[in-house]
Design a protein around this ligand. Structure first.
Ligand code: FE2
Length: 261
């Protein structure tokens, strides 16, 4: 395994995705997003007493393609998720390209499975911040195997909300678990250790760069305060040899997870 990845908990691989593939994902997301109905989403997301419908919309998104809008700007797309890689031919092709498979195996995933995909818009002046978290909080396996492939579809820097990471802090404990209980979800503290007091590393990258994120690496991103978009595509993998937690929010009982083939 790569020494930088072991030391830092993330790995930056410039020029991993071709400009043509970046173009293809952006064009497809625009097409899908154009079909999203902000009217119904506004109803779903603006009314406080719609908690149940909102939960259902999210919980069912693990095996389908759904649209999520900005809290502060309900007509603006925040992201599309979470089974783009299985259900959309363009996202399927890009996600299952041999370079991704080889990288997953190189990182030590014995039986990599593609569990979740997200197209993140982070629109100029609108895209909100993402709080500090570890991805294993949301996609838990025993042992922890979740690995993020985060691809910049626009140049990403401090001004438009690039990734921030606490380098090396992936060697700490998992702090929280996001558990599904029936039709609802809860965030539970599992280890009270605070994040280490180190300066966050801004991961400033060019379009086409792949950032590999260890499942225990604390990471975040700021709001996009620039006039430039900051689109990204994120694919999460787990190892099929690890036990996938029965109380993860994302469950696909009738739609088995697939690997790269
Ligand atoms: Fe994350």
């Amino acid at each position: 395994m790569n020494a930088d990845y072991e030391r830092d908990g993330f790995l930056v691989l410039p020029n991993f995705l071709s400009a043509a593939d970046c173009d293809a994902l952006q064009a497809r997301a625009a097409e899908l997003g154009g079909g999203a109905d902000p009217g119904s989403a506004r109803t779903l997301f603006s009314t406080r007493d719609q908690g149940h419908a909102r939960n259902r919309y999210f919980l069912d998104s693990g095996g389908t393609i759904r649209f999520f809008f900005e809290e502060e700007a309900p007509e603006q797309l925040n992201k599309i998720g979470h089974a783009l890689h299985d259900l959309d031919p363009v996202f399927d092709r890009v996600s299952r390209q041999p370079e991704f498979a080889a990288l997953a195996h190189g990182l030590g995933l014995v039986e990599p499975l593609l569990v979740q995909s997200m197209y993140i818009f982070k629109q100029p002046g609108i895209g909100g911040e993402v709080d500090w978290h570890q991805d294993a909080t949301f996609l838990h396996t025993t042992p922890v195997t979740v690995t993020g492939f985060w691809v910049a579809l626009d140049d990403a820097d401090r001004d438009n909300g690039c990734l921030l990471a606490l380098a090396g802090a992936h060697r700490g404990a998992l702090r929280q678990r996001f558990r599904r209980i029936g039709e609802t979800t809860v965030m539970e503290d599992v280890d009270p250790t605070p994040w280490p007091e180190i300066e966050p590393t801004p991961i400033e990258v060019r379009r086409g760069t792949l950032v590999v994120l260890h499942g225990l690496l604390p990471h975040a991103s700021s709001a996009n305060r620039s006039s430039r978009p900051r689109h990204a595509y994120v694919l999460h993998l787990i190892d099929g040899h690890a036990a996938y937690s029965a109380d993860n929010w994302l469950q696909r009982p009738d739609f088995p997870l697939r690997g790269f083939s």
